[in-house]
Design a protein around this ligand. Structure first.
Ligand code: NAD
Ligand code: ZN
Ligand code: ZN
Length: 235
């Protein structure tokens, strides 16, 4: 959802002024921070000296202001910004997952490695459709293979925590993306985004099954990298 702010306003919101730029290169354009931005795209107007370099408020990494605006314009312009160096997220990151449905229910069987609890089955269903402006080839169709996709979690305290966070990730359109499948090589198709799911129940033929003692920790870490945690962050 658009916040009604210009890209310059969004970027400024997360930046602090830098009195004198360090003798380092901007890692977006690879040009010195003491000189102008190397980014010369359309719509880049002149920027006064005082605001040509900024420091991201939380992590402190510094970039040309124009480079951050260009990076923001290359994304889905959702009002959030992610530091390209340390991946700190400013605002609420959203993705480009196409429309669909997420459902879940408890099934009365235990997963390998989780003998003391039942299991949760999550079912994702995304139909094929047309790509929007946030996708790699706007206006072109995308395919959706292997849906509904069934995924499994232990119905334990930690498993339920992961489920809660997956529901947030779904709402923020971060579970799937449109792109090229690394499994099949097909382009313009729905693919898993950066959060791993277990799609095998009683076996582990694909490596996406159980047991996998590190799985829940890994998923929590991958969700955190998308800005999704259970910490209250004052929104
Ligand atoms: P991808 O191959 O680009 O991989 C993206 C991420 O998903 C990677 O991290 C990868 O490790 C993970 N991944 C790949 N296969 C997985 C699986 N089976 N279960 C859980 N995670 C998996 O992304 P993709 O194309 O979405 O992944 C392949 C998936 O696509 C498979 O789950 C398969 O069900 C589905 N698929 C099904 C058909 C079909 O006709 N039934 C066709 C193509 C793809
Ligand atoms: Zn730069
Ligand atoms: Zn940073």
């Amino acid at each position: 959802a658009r916040k009604g702010k210009t890209p310059e306003e969004v970027v400024k919101k997360y930046l602090q002024k830098v009195k004198s730029p360090p003798e380092e290169d901007c890692t977006i354009c690879m040009e010195p921070l003491g000189g102008p931005s190397g980014y010369k795209g359309p719509g880049v107007g002149p920027v006064s000296r005082a605001e040509s370099v900024g420091q991201l408020a939380q992590c402190g990494h510094q970039y040309h202001f124009q480079c951050l605006v260009a990076m923001y314009n290359n994304g889905n312009k959702d009002g959030s910004l992610q530091c390209p160096t340390c991946k700190t997220i400013y605002g609420v990151k959203t993705g480009n997952q196409p429309a669909g449905k997420m459902e879940y229910h408890v099934i009365p069987h235990s997963l390998p490695g989780h003998p003391d609890c039942k299991s949760i089955r999550v079912i994702y269903n995304i139909p094929p459709g047309l790509q929007g402006p946030e996708h790699p080839s706007p206006g072109k169709p995308f395919t959706a293979r292997g849906f509904p996709r069934h995924c499994y979690l232990p119905d334990s305290e930690r498993g339920r925590k992961v489920l809660r966070l997956l529901l947030v990730a779904w709402d923020r359109r971060l579970i799937f993306s449109v792109g090229t499948s690394s499994t099949t090589g097909e382009s313009d198709t729905v693919i898993w985004n950066e959060v791993h799911h277990k799609t095998e129940f009683g076996s582990n033929l694909t490596g996406h099954g159980f047991p996998d003692p590190g799985h829940l920790d890994n998923v929590l870490e991958e969700l955190r990298a998308q800005g999704i945690t259970e910490e209250v962050d004052g929104e």
